[in-house]
Design a protein around this ligand. Structure first.
Ligand SMILES: [Zn+2]
Ligand SMILES: [Zn+2]
Ligand SMILES: [Zn+2]
Ligand SMILES: [Zn+2]
Length: 306
């Protein structure tokens, strides 16, 4: 991170900026408009809009500015998040900043209407400047994060893109069909810290599902969890159910659940215990043998609710 400018560091440490938007990723209008070739002219006054948008970029944090927008006595603007952090000096001309609000620019911004930044993903919405961010935070076309759990993968995209990515870049097993019969084998199951991340992708009903199998520490107890996530939004995930079965030595555990949307991180699902949880001692009992190796057979089924 750049450290040339003292207030820049400050800023990054304190994300509690600006109203109404929250969170940095919601504020990168400028970035998206620069990179997004699909934001082509929609209205005749688009070139005007585009230069106004440049005016609305805060010179310090480069985010789009929202009211109250401030200016120095020379007219340089700055966002309300950055203003308290520049020690009353205009970052552009170094003059005293004072407390002047730039009402004209705020009003001009209010007259802007811009396409949703996920236009290239299929959203055709056009929104007033001040409600665009709210829409984008909930836009159904917004890309999904990569559902792979074992690494800090930052890839984002729509579902077909992510399926290809999982296959090609994470070498994830792909299965078609709504039933499965899976074996998890691990040589040294006592190293729970060395978490076993496994992901299998199932395609059925024209959809994709992620079956996760992980080792984690539940309080003091080492456990395994298996759960299913739906590659799509929550409202659609609710149309499906799944069951998982694991057993051995005449015992069996059965879990029935509703797949969670991959909008929920695997960690969130895991930490809410929304899946089949198997104590390690039980898992080793199911594995048979000398309890030195984990050998679990997990069978399952996905079905569509009527
Ligand atoms: Zn700023
Ligand atoms: Zn200035
Ligand atoms: Zn949208
Ligand atoms: Zn990934």
């Amino acid at each position: 991170m750049a450290s040339g400018s003292p207030f820049f560091d400050d800023l990054r440490n304190k994300p509690e900026v600006i109203d109404p938007p929250q969170g940095e990723d919601l504020m990168d209008i400028n970035e998206s408009s620069a990179n997004d070739p699909t934001q082509t002219p929609i209205k005749p006054n688009f070139s005007v809009s585009s230069s106004v948008r440049e005016l609305l970029e805060c010179p310090v944090c480069l985010n789009a500015m929202y009211p109250p927008i401030h200016q120095c006595s020379n007219g340089h603007t700055i966002c309300s998040g950055c203003k308290p952090r520049v020690h009353n000096r205009c970052p552009t001309c170094r003059h005293e900043l004072g407390n002047i609000r730039c009402l004209a620019l705020e009003k001009v911004a209010a007259s802007l209407e811009l396409p949703c930044k996920y236009q290239s993903y299929g959203c055709i919405g056009i929104y007033p400047y001040y409600s665009k961010l709210k829409h984008e935070s909930q836009c159904v076309f917004r890309p999904y994060n990569c559902p792979y759990a074992g690494s800090e993968c930052t890839v984002m995209g729509d579902i077909p893109y992510l399926v290809t990515h999982l296959k090609d870049d994470h070498k994830v097993d792909m299965h078609s069909g709504s039933t499965f019969n899976h074996r998890y084998v691990k040589a040294n199951p006592h190293e729970v810290e060395n978490a076993t991340w496994m992901l299998t992708v199932f395609s059925c009903f024209g959809q994709y599902f992620c079956l996760h199998f992980e080792a984690f520490q539940l309080g003091m107890a080492p456990v395994y969890i298996a759960f299913l996530r739906f590659m799509g939004d929550d409202n659609e995930a609710k149309n499906y159910s799944y069951s998982l079965e694991v057993g051995g030595n005449g015992r069996k555990m059965i879990w029935q659940g509703v797949p969670r949307s991959i909008r929920d991180s695997h960690r969130k699902v895991r930490d809410s215990f929304d899946g089949l949880i198997i104590q390690r001692s039980m898992a080793l009992f199911f594995s048979g043998g000398d309890r030195k190796e984990l050998k679990l057979r997990v069978t399952g089924r996905i079905w569509k609710e009527q």
